[in-house]
Design a protein around this ligand. Structure first.
Ligand code: GUN
Length: 292
């Protein structure tokens, strides 16, 4: 069993991006600029956004963080997005999800200029992705594809079972894995809350991507010997022995599943860092006028 080390792979990608930024500077060009919007004070969202902003600084990008409290009006938020759309210095805009219930998430996403939508959530970019056209690929599934590529994991002809059909992870993941590309060329089964025979399907999987958001959901008896297991879950579980009061647990019961795997991602240190590396890659592509 080999651990897929997201920290290591993301560092290699970030190091390359830092070199690219230095090159842009040497040519007198502007550096990539990511604008992040965070509404409210959800602890997990704060951590993710802080980590995105910190990574920008590490590799020489500019970043802007706009913070608003839960009570911001939808109009005020849309006005800010429009300002970022119109600011030629800004290359990438991300609005951290989820948003408070009072705000229409779809309207917010639709307001982001598709050419700055480095999360790849705008329907125009989703449509391009489904059509196989160059566009921004959502960061988590893009990061997973980069990880599979880095470790040269054979995906052609394999049966991939993706658990979870979110627009952020499961749905785009199923599309990317089924594409005629490398990595890709999988036969994909997309499972969700209404799937009846989840365990039998998982047991047939050569590759399992768990993106359900439920701690320890995938257990040892659900995974076949030699499978590749990608754990997207970052669940906070109460733990009084920790200073923070919680510990992070994946969607996969690591101790049971790992011994059966050929490759597995840990939590933390697996998919999480890859998501950030992929976002930074999208932002770089936006800055140089490319989409992937
Ligand atoms: N919330 C959870 N994952 C993501 C992500 O990739 N992008 C944004 N904007 N919000 C998220």
């Amino acid at each position: 069993m080999q651990i897929l080390d997201g920290k290591l792979v993301s560092k290699a990608i970030k190091d390359q991006l830092a070199l690219n930024v230095a090159e842009l500077k040497a040519q007198g060009k502007k550096v990539p600029h990511l604008a992040a919007i965070l509404v409210g004070n959800d602890g997990a969202s704060e951590t993710y956004v802080a980590s995105k902003v910190k990574s920008c600084a590490e590799i020489g990008y500019h970043s802007t963080l706009l913070r608003f409290d839960d009570h911001i009006s939808e109009k005020h938020l849309l006005d800010h997005i429009n300002m970022l759309n119109e600011n030629p210095d800004v290359d990438g805009i991300l609005v951290q999800l989820p948003l408070p219930k009072s705000i229409n998430e779809e309207l917010v996403i639709n307001t982001i200029d598709p050419s700055k939508d480095v999360d790849g959530f705008h329907p125009m970019n989703v449509g391009k992705m489904v059509s196989g056209l160059p566009t921004f690929i959502p960061a988590t599934p893009y990061g997973i594809m980069l990880m599979l590529e880095h470790y040269n994991i054979e995906t052609k002809g394999k049966h991939a079972v993706v658990i979870g059909r979110s627009h952020i992870v499961g749905t785009p993941m199923s599309i990317l894995l089924s594409r005629n590309s490398n990595p890709g060329n999988c036969t994909v089964t997309l499972c969700h809350s209404q799937t009846k025979n989840l365990k039998e399907l998982c047991l047939q999987a050569d590759i399992v991507v768990a993106a359900i958001g439920r701690p320890d959901f995938v257990t040892g008896d659900m995974v076949k010997e030699g499978a590749v297991v990608i754990d997207v879950g970052i669940n906070r579980v109460a733990d009084n022995t920790k200073k923070s009061g919680f510990r992070l647990v994946g969607d996969v019961k690591f101790d049971e599943v790992a011994p059966k795997c050929s490759f597995i991602t840990p939590v933390p240190g697996g998919v999480g860092p890859m998501t950030i590396a992929a976002l930074l890659k999208n932002t770089y592509h936006s800055a140089i006028g490319q989409k992937g």
